[in-house]
Design a protein around this ligand. Sequence first.
Ligand SMILES: Cc1cc2nc3c(=O)[nH]c(=O)nc-3n(C[C@H](O)[C@H](O)[C@H](O)COP(=O)(O)OP(=O)(O)OC[C@H]3O[C@@H](n4cnc5c(N)ncnc54)[C@H](O)[C@@H]3O)c2cc1C
Length: 402
Amino acid sequence: MADFGLSEEERMVQQLAHEFAVKEIRPQAAYFDEHEELPREIIAKASELGLAAGIFGGGSAGISSVIIAEELAWGCAGIALAIAASGLAAAAIIGIGTPEQQAKFLPMAISSDGQVRLGAMGLTEPEAGSDVQALSTTAVRDGDDYVLNGTKRFITNGGIADVHVIFATEDKSKGWGGLAAFVIEKGTPGLSEGTVWKKMGIRASHTADVILEDCRIPAENRLGPPVGGSGAAAVPGALGALKMLERTRPSIGAFALGIARAALEYATEYAKERRQFGKPLIAHEGIAFKLADMAMAYDSARLAGAPRRVDGGGGRAAAARGGLDGEVLRVGRGDAHHDRRRADLRRLRLHARVPGREVGTGRQDLPDLRGDERDPAPGDQPRAWRAVGPRRITRRPVGRRG
Ligand SMILES: Cc1cc2nc3c(=O)[nH]c(=O)nc-3n(C[C@H](O)[C@H](O)[C@H](O)COP(=O)(O)OP(=O)(O)OC[C@H]3O[C@@H](n4cnc5c(N)ncnc54)[C@H](O)[C@@H]3O)c2cc1C
């Protein structure tokens, strides 16, 4: 297997998360998907094992968070998101809140010891999706309180959470600089659930609009130091939002990786089992190429998110631990170069067991995807392989510097 540089402890985390996905998630995935129901018992079990807090950077974060995210999403992306989503609110509280606010609000947002607690983070609005700066939910200071008005869209755990962290603008003319984050505790008048969205996928996770109508909260629920107090400008809301996204986005990428791996496995198994025109589907070149393309896309994505696989160096680990997308991508690209160099020394192979195979370099590796561990005999080699042969892997790596 490609060495992703996991420590012994990280491998144990991976195994724990994988076993949880096999035993607790997969058997119930169809039920929760069909019924669009929040899997509270599974969330409780995951929290008992420490998996719930681990995904979006609770605790030690870093590599473990993406490992857990990939394995749980391999089980079922909806249940995985249901387990993880509270971490979005937690990440905002950690990123922006003072130590006192963290001590007060984090236990409300994160399940622990089998007790399910739900957090929700509201950034998106009907007119503010990718363009977060366009958000128009307002927070107006009124004596010792803030009063919030607006609509938040597509909020995971929206309306049902024990604690909502809502991003709003205090001064629209300041753009990013006018944003701040506010904690709204369950039962606060003025917060209600709007449309509950019926989704095509990840249906075990609750997604709803959150309506704020003259929602009044104490001023101390504004995350960060008090306005006008010392260090007030240390983490403005916009920077806090970015910190929250930086902390959580790598795990969202890892979810996609888990989904892709599961899809590839399902498709490969089916293509081996189903026979048409006298042979398994996978023996038809058009199908095999599709699967090889999927495998390549999966491997490329994995390399982009595999910051420590070459030398296990602390710097790379730190890059991942920082959870910075750009840094992870940069490091990933470096790793891809390394793989190409290794490819000069020996042919890389796609093995049938997807999670454990080496990194493939092209469709011509598909005989291995079919389960053939040997190098294909010349007559069996696909035309593309015969035309190019093993020399193809000695070509100059794409994007190599200098
Ligand atoms: C299941 C689910 C759960 C969610 N949970 C939460 C949550 O808990 N909290 C929360 O705040 N939000 C949540 N969201 C919202 C999510 O963050 C937004 O959907 C996302 O930010 C994109 O916004 P949008 O859907 O409005 O798409 P848009 O911003 O309208 O984008 C539509 C398309 O245009 C593309 N596009 C946009 N801008 C550009 C550009 N400048 N150049 C090129 N292409 C562009 C986008 O890539 C996309 O393909 C959730 C969404 C889903 C589906």
